[in-house]
Design a protein around this ligand. Structure first.
Ligand code: NAD
Length: 419
C-alpha cells in the first residue's frame, strides 16, 4: 500500500511490473523508476455565487525530474484523486520518453465536476488552483496543460494568475493556451489529429481503404471530436459516438461537423437526436475498422476486449484498457492492431512542447510547420515501436512502454544517485 493506492495507480504499477520483468530490471531499481518524486495536495476555497464558501481538493504529482522539467495536464472531474493523478503522471513520463521530449511526467487536477460551476466559479477555482501551485511549478520546473474538464480558457486563467503574481507575462508556464494569449496554432487539434494520423497509417498498412472504413468514437470532447472530424475528413464513416450523456449510431455515418456544432452550443451530445440514440454500453463492441476510446480510464476490460469487433484500437484516452484486457488484446494481436495510449495520444504533448519552445523563444511557427513536425515525431515513435515489437515478438504496448521506461532508466543510471 502507498498513499497513491487505488484502481488507477494499481493499474499503472501493474503495467510497469510487466515492463520491468520484460526488461529484467533488478527489483531494487524499480521503486526509483516508478514512485513519484513529489505530490502536492491543496485546498482551494472559493466563494460560490449563492454567497457560501466551498473548498475543493486539488493535486499535482511530479513523477521524475531526470530529463528536464515535468509536464502534464490538469483534470477537473469528480473522479480525480491522488492515485489517479499519480498514475496519469507516470504514463506521461513513459510517453514523453517514447517520443523523445525533454520532460518528466506530471499531472494535476481538482475533484470537481466543472459542469456544476458557473463560469465565474470556474474562473475563481482555476485561479485559486494556480495560485496555490505557484511555489511548486515554473517554466523550468513543471509546466501544466489541459486535460479532461479543462480547456484553453482555463489555461489562459492559469497563465494570467501566474503572470500577475510575477509582475510580467509568463506565457511559457502553461501550454494549450488560446492562440490569442501566447498559444500555438495546432495545439487544440493536436491530440485528435495525431490519433487520426496514426489510425490512417495503420489502415494503410492493413490495406483498409479509407472510403470503405468505419470508426466508433467514445468521448466527444477535445480528443474524440477532433479525431472524429479528422477521420471523417479522410473519408472514414463515423458510425457511432458517445459522451457521458449517451450515444448516437448511424450505419450510413454521422455528420461530424454538425455534432461538433451541437456540442459547442449545448456542452454535450444530449438532445441531438432521439432517432439515432443508442445504448452507450454497447458502443465499444460495434463492428468497425477503428475504435477510438477517447474518454476515461479502464473502459475496455477483459470481457469487452474479448468482444471487440474492430481492426484497430486507437487509444485517444489515457489508460482506457485494463491490464487484464491487455492479455486478451495480446492474444488477439493478429486480428486487432493496438495503437497504445502513450503513442496514440502523444500528439498533445508533442505540440505542447512546441508551444513551450515557441513561448521561450518568442518566435511563432505556421500551423503547417507545427503539423509537419508533429507527424514527423509520431512517425519516428511509431517506427521504433513496431520495429521493437517485431524484433522481440512482443505486444505493441510492451514495445512502446519498454522504450519509454528504458530511456528514463538510462538517464537515471547515467546521472547517478545524489548525494
Ligand atoms: P474533454 O473533457 O474535452 O472530453 C471528455 C469527453 O469524454 C466528454 O465528451 C465527456 O462527455 C466524455 N465522457 C466522460 N465520461 C464518459 C463516459 N463514462 N462514457 C463516455 N464518454 C464519457 O477531455 P479530453 O481532453 O478530450 O480528454 C479525453 C481523454 O484523452 C482523457 O483520457 C485525457 O487524459 C486524454 N488526453 C487528452 C489530451 C488533450 O490534449 N486534451 C492529450 C492526451 C490525452
Amino acid at each position: 500500500m502507498t498513499i497513491y493506492s487505488g484502481p488507477v495507480f494499481d493499474m499503472a504499477s501493474q503495467q510497469f511490473s510487466v515492463i520491468a520483468d520484460h526488461l529484467s530490471i533488478p527489483i531494487n531499481e524499480r521503486d526509483r523508476l516508478l514512485m513519484p518524486k513529489r505530490a502536492i495536495t491543496i485546498s482551494c476555497p472559493i466563494h460560490r455565487d449563492d454567497g457560501t464558501t466551498a473548498v475543493f481538493e486539488g493535486y499535482r504529482v511530479q513523477h521524475h525530474l531526470t530529463l528536464g522539467p515535468t509536464k502534464g495536464g490538469t483534470r477537473f472531474a469528480g473522479s480525480v484523486d491522488l492515485g489517479e493523478v499519480a498514475a496519469l503522471a507516470i504514463w506521461m513520463s513513459w510517453k514523453c520518453a517514447l517520443v523523445g521530449l525533454p520532460y518528466g511526467g506530471a499531472k494535476g487536477g481538482i475533484g470537481v465536476d466543472p459542469a456544476s460551476l458557473s463560469k465565474r466559479e470556474l474562473e475563481s477555482l482555476s485561479r485559486r488552483y494556480m495560485q496555490e501551485m505557484i511555489p511548486f511549478v515554473g517554466p523550468h520546473t513543471d509546466i501544466m496543460a489541459p486535460d479532461m474538464g479543462t480547456n484553453e480558457q482555463v489555461m489562459a486563467w492559469f497563465m494570467d494568475t501566474y503572470s500577475m503574481y510575477h509582475g510580467r507575462t509568463v506565457t511559457e508556464i502553461v501550454t494549450g493556451k488560446p492562440v490569442s494569449a501566447g498559444g500555438t496554432l495546432g495545439r487544440r487539434e493536436a491530440t485528435g489529429r495525431g490519433v487520426a494520423y496514426l489510425a490512417r497509417r495503420v489502415m494503410s498498412d492493413l490495406s483498409i481503404n479509407l472510403s470503405d472504413a468505419t470508426a466508433v468514437i467514445q468521448g466527444f470532447g477535445n480528443v474524440g471530436s477532433i479525431a472524429a472530424l479528422e477521420l471523417s475528413n479522410m473519408g472514414v464513416r463515423i458510425i457511432a459516438v458517445s459522451d457521458h450523456t449517451g450515444a448516437l449510431y448511424r450505419a450510413a455515418g454521422l455528420d461530424v461537423p454538425d455534432l461538433i456544432k451541437h456540442v459547442s452550443a449545448h456542452g454535450n451530445l444530449a438532445g441531438y437526436s432521439n432517432e439515432l440514440s443508442y445504448d452507450p454500453a454497447n458502443i465499444l463492441t460495434l463492428p468497425c475498422d477503428v475504435l477510438v476510446p477517447a474518454a476515461i480510464e479502464r473502459v475496455i476490460d477483459a470481457k469487452a476486449a474479448d468482444e471487440l469487433r474492430c481492426r484497430i484500437v486507437a487509444e485517444g484516452a489515457n489508460g482506457p484498457t485494463t491490464p487484464e484486457a491487455d492479455l486478451v488484446l495480446e492474444r488477439r494481436q493478429k486480428e486487432i492492431f493496438l495503437i497504445p495510449d502513450i503513442l496514440c495520444n502523444s500528439g498533445g504533448v508533442i505540440v505542447s512542447y512546441f508551444e513551450w519552445v515557441q513561448d521561450l523563444q518568442q518566435l511563432f511557427w505556421e500551423e503547417d510547420e507545427v503539423m509537419r513536425r508533429e507527424f514527423q515525431i509520431l512517425d519516428r515513435a511509431f517506427d521504433q515501436m513496431t520495429l521493437r515489437a517485431k524484433r522481440d515478438r512482443i505486444f505493441n504496448r510492451t514495445a512502446a512502454m519498454s522504450i519509454g521506461v528504458e530511456r528514463v532508466r538510462a538517464a537515471k543510471n547515467m546521472r547517478g544517485l545524489f548525494p
